[in-house]
Ligand binder design. Sequence first.
Ligand SMILES: *[C@@H]1O[C@H](CO)[C@@H](O)[C@H](O)[C@H]1NC(C)=O
Ligand SMILES: *[C@@H]1O[C@H](CO)[C@@H](O)[C@H](O)[C@H]1NC(C)=O
Ligand SMILES: *[C@@H]1O[C@H](CO)[C@@H](O)[C@H](O)[C@H]1NC(C)=O
Ligand SMILES: *[C@@H]1O[C@H](CO)[C@@H](O)[C@H](O)[C@H]1NC(C)=O
Length: 374
Amino acid sequence: MSVDFGPAGIPFMTEKEYNDTFESQQGSGTISVWHTRYWGWKRWASVLLGASIIVTAVVVPLRVVAKNQYPSYSKLEYSLVDTYEGEGFFDMFDYGNGTEATHGFTNYVTREGAEWSNLTYATLNQAILRVFPKDNTGTAGRPTVKILSRQRYTHGLFVFDIAHVPYGCGTWPAIWMSDPDPDVWPKHGEIDIVEAVNQGNKGAQFTLHTTDGCQMNAKRKQTGDALSVNCLNSTNYNMGCAVRGVPASYGERLNNNQGGVYAMEWRTAGIRMWFFPRDQIPQNIKLRKPEPSGWGTATADFPSTKCDINSHFKNHRLIINISLCGDWAGAPPVYSEEYSCPMDCAEYVGSNPEAFQEAYWAINSIRVYTAPGS
Ligand SMILES: *[C@@H]1O[C@H](CO)[C@@H](O)[C@H](O)[C@H]1NC(C)=O
Ligand SMILES: *[C@@H]1O[C@H](CO)[C@@H](O)[C@H](O)[C@H]1NC(C)=O
Ligand SMILES: *[C@@H]1O[C@H](CO)[C@@H](O)[C@H](O)[C@H]1NC(C)=O
Ligand SMILES: *[C@@H]1O[C@H](CO)[C@@H](O)[C@H](O)[C@H]1NC(C)=O
């Protein structure tokens, strides 16, 4: 029987012809068994079988290993470097002004303006930042505030003790970190530690924004819901790689529970964020010896597996603002459809000062810790 057994391009031989050729050539010592043109179907079969065993034994486990790759968030020794609290709270910040890249209906006031209209106010125990709750502003943006820390940070453990978060139709508040220079953003990245829109009743969002090459489709250890995994600013209209916490992590429910603590750890291994309700704040945070390794699973975990944290994030200022309307809070599918807020966002914000009674941050303290070898 004649069997077609040669690989493409090699003249067919019967098995007998092959064996004859092989034996005669072998006798002359000029051909090795590695010359595939002289292989029979049995040899091809065993080579293919061998190859598939190698694929199964080596490549598949490698893929499993890659899928299970996870950075080592080893224990670090943190010590306190900066405290933002008390009557001098606002002395550690600059006030931002001007227009927003996100098209907010805002009028960010100077420090003098904010003090004059009581939009920022600090006592021994608390710092308040609010949206101006009086007067119709017509077509001009409503007065509000944005503050930026004078100090810049790369790495660290940031602990925000918050008593009250701003919420209400038209609001877009955030506590975030970035190098906000418009010529630089987002080259040095942006870390949004707390962010919500409108009634803020769907939970706080925790998000990174970066240039290309920062993905979160890797193994993560978090309790929050990942909403998107590509941190690149130009995907999904700059949505970033966002994670959402439980509904009680923001808004009225949080305020009714005397607020809580948001913490963000930024290190080579990754960026992790936690939300703790007031009655579940870890003891070591209260003792000002924070130790994330004992805090349990993070709310949001951004491991360095597919994102080189150190090349995407550096030189950040701490930023707190309350934006109004704009690309997220004010977009009709969000403002009107998702949150059922009245009128058009800018029209509502301009003409309803009394709607901003709850639009304020009450911040008990912000503490920044750093650790060697982070
Ligand atoms: C806005 O901020 C810039 C930069 O800090 C400053 O130079 C400018 O004077 C401020 N504008 C007003 C109206 O205060
Ligand atoms: C204020 O915060 C919002 C929410 O993070 C942001 O989108 C907006 O651009 C900020 N405004 C300014 C002037 O930084
Ligand atoms: C400013 O705001 C603080 C905090 O809400 C309040 O206690 C204080 O009475 C206000 N001051 C004025 C002059 O309205
Ligand atoms: C993303 O960042 C680039 C600069 O790297 C900028 O030109 C672009 O406008 C940004 N896109 C969005 C949607 O923010």
